[in-house]
Design a binder for this molecule. Structure first.
Ligand code: 9MR
Length: 457
């Protein structure tokens, strides 16, 4: 959908919800403490949070722009430079020049870098737009793997998948070429990203999910399912492109996601200029500050003239780079403080240390569930311990001729075709008596038809 019409729809939703919205405080508490910091980033950092901006590589030569950037912000997001059309303009040819400029700008300023976005229905290169089925699935997973590998160890959080849920009341997925490759495309993307960069936080990011509504509940249900099945998701991004209102349950919505065990982040904040702009900015900031797992806020641009919302003046600095009232309201809300983000809420990649004293060995069994499409599949393998605890396991799968394993998660693999071996990784080798764990792999051709064998150690 055209971003303008998305925004129009978004705004009408907000307006229609205005009657139910909380009454916003007309004035903002000023911290007035010795700790009050004078820039957004420094102020956010006092509670372990970041305050970031989406930036454009083409503007880094503008000294007013970079002056505000380096003074105020301690996180950056590339507005367009890490999207699929920018990073893989023709299939298999990767271009990172502008993405790297954003990365280096951020890192050299001591900032966190949010990667945006590995897979999205929009801003796909034309070659990907014309693919479908297994060719698109493979290309998409390869894209995730290549880009996340290029930036491995440098990205604080990746928007692995952007805007995959539909608007309207259903709470279901948006139709797209990616969605038509199978409902599991999102988890396949998260698994590939986790394999490529185990230390980046992996986020799902969307708009119109800023309050409790059918769309955000659809995302919530997906995240809950991912957490229950061990799909590596660490965070959810709430874009928060707001009009003249804010959902009354904005903070409660953040909190319900945080309660699932993921971080939450405000990822693309901008607010239409009007009487309420400063107080809406303040409300968003206070909501994040009140949620322990809300790790940071990003505004979608620096000056009003940098915004994608031409003419709406939705940002914190005016066209000349002067601070607006909204800036002051955000700074005050940050300086008012909130629960500190625990340092332990870093990437939730599983521990890598191995047990030193292995428990005694026992038998195991394995079963496979396939999700197939024409020319490919993903397999989920359940490994179940027998009557004794298992300290390590090896599963053997026989693949039909012509197919190959392209990607595996939660296991190491040996071989890609014919008889393929999978073994536990450090964090899932130990299975209690009668317990089970899961690993998965993706392949071309048809999936295995016979029950895999399992050997315990
Ligand atoms: O701000 C981005 C603008 O420069 C691009 O033209 C546009 C293309 O779709 O994408 C804008 O950023 C979007 C972001 O990547 C995802 N959420 C919505 C943002 C505003 O459209």
């Amino acid at each position: 959908m055209n971003p303008r019409s998305i925004l129009r729809r978004r705004r009408s939703l907000l307006l229609s919800a205005a009657g139910a919205a909380v009454v916003l405080a007309a004035s903002v508490a000023v911290a007035g403490t010795a700790e009050a910091a004078s820039t957004l980033g420094a102020s956010a950092a006092q509670s372990g949070r970041y305050f970031g901006a989406a930036i454009a590589a083409g503007k880094l030569g503008d000294s007013t722009y970079t002056g505000i950037l380096t003074r105020e912000f301690n996180a950056v997001t590339p507005e367009n430079e890490m999207k699929w059309d920018a990073t893989e303009p023709s299939q298999g040819r990767f271009t990172y020049t502008n993405g790297d400029r954003i990365l280096n700008q951020g890192l050299s300023n001591g900032s966190k870098v949010r990667g945006h976005a590995l897979l999205w229905h929009a801003q796909q290169p034309s070659w990907a737009q014309s693919l479908s089925g297994s060719a698109l699935r493979s290309a998409a997973i390869n894209h995730v793997t290549q880009v996340a590998t290029h930036y491995k160890g440098k990205i604080y959080a990746w928007d692995v998948v952007n805007e995959a849920f539909a608007d309207g009341g259903g709470g279901g997925r948006r139709d797209s070429n990616l969605q038509r490759t199978g409902n599991d495309w999102i988890e396949a993307a998260f698994r590939a990203a986790h394999t490529a960069d185990p230390n980046a936080k992996l986020c799902y990011n969307d708009y119109n999910t800023d309050g409790v509504n059918a769309k955000s509940t659809g995302v919530y249900t997906m995240v809950r399912d991912f957490k229950s099945r061990g799909v590596p998701i660490d965070c959810v991004g709430f874009q928060s492109h707001l009009g003249t209102g804010i959902p009354g349950d904005y903070q409660a919505n953040l909190q319900r996601f945080a309660d699932l065990g993921v971080d939450v982040q405000i990822t693309e904040l901008d607010v239409a200029q009007g009487g309420n702009q400063a107080s809406i900015y303040s409300s968003v900031t206070r909501a994040c500050m009140a949620v322990t797992r809300c790790t940071g806020i990003t505004v979608w641009g620096i000056r009003d003239s940098d915004s994608w919302r031409t003419g709406e003046n939705p940002l914190l600095f005016d066209n000349s780079g002067n601070k607006k009232a909204a800036y002051t309201s955000v700074l005050n809300a940050l300086n008012a403080g909130g629960p500190t983000v625990p340092p332990t809420s870093g990437p939730t990649s599983p521990p890598t240390s191995s047990p030193t004293t292995p428990p005694s060995a026992g038998a195991c069994s394995a079963s496979v569930t396939l999700n197939s499409w024409s020319g490919g599949y993903t397999a989920t393998v359940k490994v179940t311990a027998g009557s004794a605890a298992v300290n390590g396991w090896a599963v053997t799968v026989n693949l039909p001729a012509g197919g190959a394993v392209t990607n595996a998660w939660n296991a190491t693999s040996t071989g890609t075709s014919g008889t393929v071996g999978f073994a536990n990784v450090s964090y899932n080798g130990q299975i209690p008596a009668g317990g089970s764990t899961e690993f998965g792999f993706q392949g071309t051709g048809s999936g295995p038809s016979a029950t895999p064998t399992c050997r315990a150690s």
